[in-house]
Design a protein around this ligand. Structure first.
Ligand code: PEP
Ligand code: MG
Length: 601
C-alpha cells in the first residue's frame, strides 16, 4: 500500500512574474490554443448514418451551449450587444449550410468533422468577398460556429470559461484581451500564463478583476493538466502544482492576513480624502474596462474614473457597437459616478488588442504600427460614431474625452476636427450634448512628453500612460517576459519625461494625471506626488492602498523624495529611496506588497 506521502504527487514550484496580488488555490482550467487541424478520414457507406447522427447530436449541444452563453452574458451585461450569439444561432438554423454538410458526408464518404470545416471555410470565404459590410462581418460567426460544432463532435465537454460550472484558475500559453474580457470573478479566481509581463493587458485585466495572477511562467501550460490543484502567489510570482499540506496551510495564513489588512484599510479610508497630513490633496480615481466594475469603484472609495478603456466594449462583444448602445453604456457610467468625473478614452485598439471585426492588417511591429488614435483617424466614421456616442452621453454626469497614443500636435488637431464635425452632426439632428466637453490626451510616447508644451494649448488635461511611455522610452516590449527585467518605470529617463510633462502642463494651467500601472504601486505614490501629479488613476482594488500611502507622508517629504530621485543614477537607487520612505511611514504597505514589491515596476 502506498503511504500518503507517495500517493500525493510531489509539488512542482514555478517562478514567474507576479502581476496581480493575492494568493489563491483551486483547480486548473487549461485553455489550449485554438487548433485548426481537423483530421480527414474516409468512411464506408455503412458509416454514413452514424456520422450524420453525430452531427445532429453536435448541433443540439452547440445550440444548448450558445443559448447558455447568451443567458450568461445578458445576466452580467457583459455584451453591449449580445447579437453576436444570435448570429451564431442563425448559422445553426441555416438549412443550406446543414444540407451541404450532410450531402458532403453522403457523397464524399468522409468524416463529418472535416466536411463541417470545409463547408464553414467555404461560406466564410464567400462572405468575406462580398461588398456588403454586414455580410462580411458574418464571416467570423460562421468560422466560430464551425469550430464549436467540430469540438462538440469530438465530445469536448467545456469549451469556454463562460461555461464553467465552478471557480477555476485559468492556465494558458497566453490570453488575448478578447478572452480575458469575458472572464468574471465567479468563474475565474486567478490566471497563470507562459508569456506576458506586468503591463500586458492580461495583467491589467487580472488587476481589474482583483484576482491573483502570475505570468511569464515559461511552460506552465504544458506542465499543468486540466483539473490539477494549483496555488498561485501573485505577490511573489510563484505557481505551485500539487501544493503540499504545509504549503497550503502557510499560504492560507498569508492570504488571510492580507485580506484582513486590506479590508481594514478599505473600511477606514473609504470616505477619507486622498490628502497628505499637511493638506495637499490629489484626485485618486479608478481605471475601468467595463460597466461591471463600477460598483467596486464606489465601494473602494475612488474619486471617479480616470480611465475608461472603452475598447474593451469592442473586445468583449467582438464586433463594432452601435452609437446608441455605446451612448447607453457611457451614460450609465457617468450617472453612477456623478458628480465625480468619468474620463472616456477613445478606442485604443491595435498593438495586442484586436476586436473581431475591426479592420486590421498583419504588421511586423504592431506596437509601432497602426494602433490607437492612428487607427481611429484612419477610420473616421467609426471614430465619429464613438465621439457622437460620448457627446450624447455628455448631458448626464461629468464626462471628459481622452485621446490615446498621441505623438504630436497634428493628431490632436485632426481628432478635434472630427470632434467638431460630430458636434455639428448632432446639432443638425437636434440631439442635445455638452458643447464644452473637456478634451485631454494621454502622454505615452516620448515625443508627446518632449512636446507637452506644444500639446497643452490644445487640451484641458494630460494623463501620463506610463505602461506605454516606459515601453517606448526604454525600447522594451511591455508584453515580453524575456525583457521584463528591463521594464523599469523608475528609470531616470522615465522620471525626467514625467517631470517635464508635469512642468509643461502646469505652465499652461492644465492638470496632469497618471493612469499607468505604476500609479497603483503605493511605494511609488510619494515619488509621483512629489513630482507634481494632480491625479492618480488605478485599478479599483488598489485605491485603498494608494490612499493609505498618500495619507502617510507629508507633501514636503514627497517633494524632497522626488528631488532626490531626479538626481539618482539608476532605477534601483530610486526604488531603494521609495522603499526606505515607505518602511518608515507605512510599513503595512511593504507587508502587503510582499517580499518583492515590484508591481508596476
Ligand atoms: C498606459 O499606457 O499607461 C495606459 C494606461 O494605457 P494601456 O495600458 O491601456 O495601454
Ligand atoms: Mg497605453
Amino acid at each position: 500500500m502506498p503511504d500518503d506521502a507517495t500517493s500525493r504527487p510531489q509539488p512542482i514550484v514555478l517562478q514567474g512574474i507576479g502581476v496581480s496580488h493575492g494568493v489563491v488555490i483551486g483547480p486548473a482550467f487549461l485553455m489550449a490554443p485554438e487548433t485548426t487541424f481537423v483530421p480527414e478520414r474516409r468512411i464506408l457507406p455503412a458509416e454514413v448514418d452514424r456520422e450524420i447522427a453525430r452531427l445532429e447530436r453536435s448541433l443540439i449541444e452547440t445550440r444548448r451551449q450558445l443559448q447558455q452563453i447568451q443567458k450568461d452574458l445578458d445576466r452580467h451585461e457583459i455584451l453591449v450587444d449580445s447579437g453576436i450569439l444570435d448570429a451564431h444561432l442563425m448559422v445553426l438554423d441555416d438549412k443550406a449550410f446543414i444540407d451541404e454538410v450532410v450531402d458532403g458526408v453522403r457523397k464524399g464518404l468522409r468524416n463529418v468533422d472535416c466536411v463541417v470545416k470545409e463547408v464553414a471555410d467555404r461560406y466564410a470565404n464567400v462572405l468575406n468577398s462580398l461588398d456588403d459590410e454586414y455580410l462580411r462581418e458574418r464571416m467570423v460567426d460562421v468560422k466560430d460556429v464551425g469550430r464549436r460544432i467540430i469540438r462538440n463532435l469530438s465530445g469536448s465537454a467545456v469549451q469556454s470559461v463562460v461555461e464553467l460550472a465552478r471557480q477555476h484558475i485559468i492556465v494558458a500559453q497566453d490570453l488575448a484581451p478578447s478572452e480575458t474580457a469575458l472572464f468574471r470573478r465567479e468563474k475565474v479566481v486567478g490566471f497563470a500564463t507562459d508569456y506576458g509581463s506586468v503591463t500586458s493587458h492580461t495583467a491589467v485585466m487580472a488587476r481589474a478583476l482583483d484576482i491573483p495572477a502570475v505570468v511569464g511562467l515559461g511552460d506552465v501550460s504544458r506542465r499543468v493538466s486540466m483539473g490539477d490543484e494549483i496555488l498561485i502567489d501573485g505577490n511573489k510570482g510563484i505557481l505551485v502544482i500539487h501544493p503540499s499540506e504545509a504549503q497550503l496551510e502557510q499560504y492560507g495564513r498569508v492570504a488571510e492576513e492580507r485580506r484582513t489588512i486590506e479590508h481594514d484599510l478599505r473600511i477606514s479610508l473609504k470616505s477619507e480624502p486622498a490628502q497628505t497630513p499637511d493638506g495637499h490633496r490629489i484626485t485618486l480615481s479608478a481605471n475601468i474596462e467595463g460597466l461591471e466594475e463600477i460598483e467596486t469603484v464606489l465601494e473602494y472609495g475612488a474619486d471617479g474614473i480616470g480611465l475608461f478603456r472603452s475598447e474593451y466594449l469592442y473586445l468583449a462583444s467582438q464586433q463594432t457597437i452601435s452609437e446608441a448602445a455605446q451612448a447607453d453604456v457611457y451614460r450609465r457610467v457617468a450617472e453612477r459616478v456623478a458628480p465625480a468625473a468619468v474620463i472616456i478614452r477613445t478606442l485604443d485598439l491595435g498593438g495586442d488588442k484586436y476586436a473581431g471585426d475591426m479592420p486590421s492588417h498583419k504588421e511586423a511591429n504592431p506596437f509601432l504600427g497602426c494602433r490607437s488614435i492612428r487607427l481611429s483617424l484612419q477610420h473616421p466614421e467609426t471614430f465619429k460614431t464613438q465621439l457622437r456616442a460620448i457627446l450624447r452621453a455628455s448631458v448626464t454626469g461629468n464626462i471628459k474625452i481622452m485621446y490615446p497614443m498621441i505623438s504630436g500636435v497634428a493628431e490632436v488637431v485632426a481628432a478635434n476636427v472630427l470632434l467638431e464635425e460630430s458636434k455639428r452632426e448632432l446639432e443638425a439632428a437636434g440631439v442635445p450634448f455638452q458643447r464644452d466637453v473637456e478634451v485631454g490626451v494621454m502622454i505615452e510616447i516620448p515625443s508627446a512628453a518632449l512636446t507637452a508644451d506644444l500639446l497643452a494649448p490644445h487640451v484641458k488635461f494630460f494623463s501620463l500612460g506610463t505602461n506605454d511611455l516606459v515601453q517606448y522610452t526604454l525600447a522594451v516590449d511591455r508584453i515580453n517576459e524575456r525583457v521584463a527585467y528591463l521594464y523599469q518605470p523608475t528609470h531616470p529617463a522615465v522620471l525626467r519625461l514625467i517631470k517635464q510633462t508635469i512642468t509643461a502642463g502646469h505652465a499652461h494651467g492644465i492638470w496632469v494625471g497618471l493612469c499607468g500601472e505604476m500609479a497603483a504601486n503605493p511605494l511609488l505614490t510619494p515619488l509621483l506626488m512629489g513630482l507634481g501629479v494632480d491625479e492618480l488613476s488605478v485599478a479599483p482594488s488598489a485605491v485603498p492602498l494608494v490612499k493609505d500611502a498618500v495619507r502617510s507622508v507629508s507633501y514636503l517629504r514627497m517633494q524632497a523624495l522626488a528631488e532626490l530621485a531626479l538626481a539618482c543614477k539608476s532605477p534601483e537607487e530610486v526604488l531603494r529611496h521609495c522603499r526606505t520612505l515607505t518602511s518608515e511611514v507605512a510599513p503595512e504597505l511593504l507587508e502587503l506588497m510582499g517580499a518583492d514589491p515590484s508591481a508596476g515596476n
